[in-house]
Design a protein around this ligand. Structure first.
Ligand code: MG
Length: 162
């Protein structure tokens, strides 16, 4: 068995609006997110971790924000498209560990729904997806609630010997 690890990071600024997409779930919030797509930092970081583990570059190469077809796109579609690339190459996800960095919104009440949704996108059992959250203790752009960010680490497994 061949195993590969990948990491991802994403950040978006808050802007006008009243909801934030996180891990494919829409959370009510006193701001929206400025983004070409739905600005889902968890799923964008996850896509980069998946692509990184497979040696397939990054999300910007596959879904450039200069391309109007991705405007307002629900980011679950990005993950599904990335998973298709991985399946073509014989990869499956071992586990995914994600961290949200935000002063707000708090994801506690939504954590289970987010993990269930991501597990479905990745085709893994619920216990193969972990979601952590932290504030930055009011430090930096996250602490000032100017935006939010996410980190993702993914393990891919394949039966190839390459
Ligand atoms: Mg992004």
């Amino acid at each position: 068995m061949n195993i590969k690890v990948g990491t991802g990071f994403d950040a978006h600024a808050f802007g006008p609006g009243n909801s934030v997409a996180l891990g494919g779930i829409t959370l009510e919030h006193d701001h929206g997110v400025i983004a070409h797509s739905d600005g889902d930092v968890l799923l964008h970081a996850l896509c980069d971790a998946l692509l990184g583990a497979a040696g397939l570059g990054d999300i910007g190469q596959h879904f450039p924000d200069s391309d109007p077809q991705w405007r307002g796109m629900a980011s679950s579609g990005f993950v599904t498209a990335v998973m298709a690339l991985l399946h073509e190459r014989g990869y499956a996800v071992g586990n995914a560990d994600l961290t949200l960095l935000a002063q707000a919104p708090r994801i506690g009440p939504h954590r289970e729904a987010i993990c269930q949704h991501i597990a479905g996108l990745l085709g893994v059992a619920r216990d193969c997806v972990n979601l952590k959250a932290t504030t930055t203790e009011y430090l930096g752009f996250i602490g000032r609630a100017e935006g939010l960010a996410a980190l993702a680490t993914v393990l891919l497994v394949s039966n190839s010997v390459a």
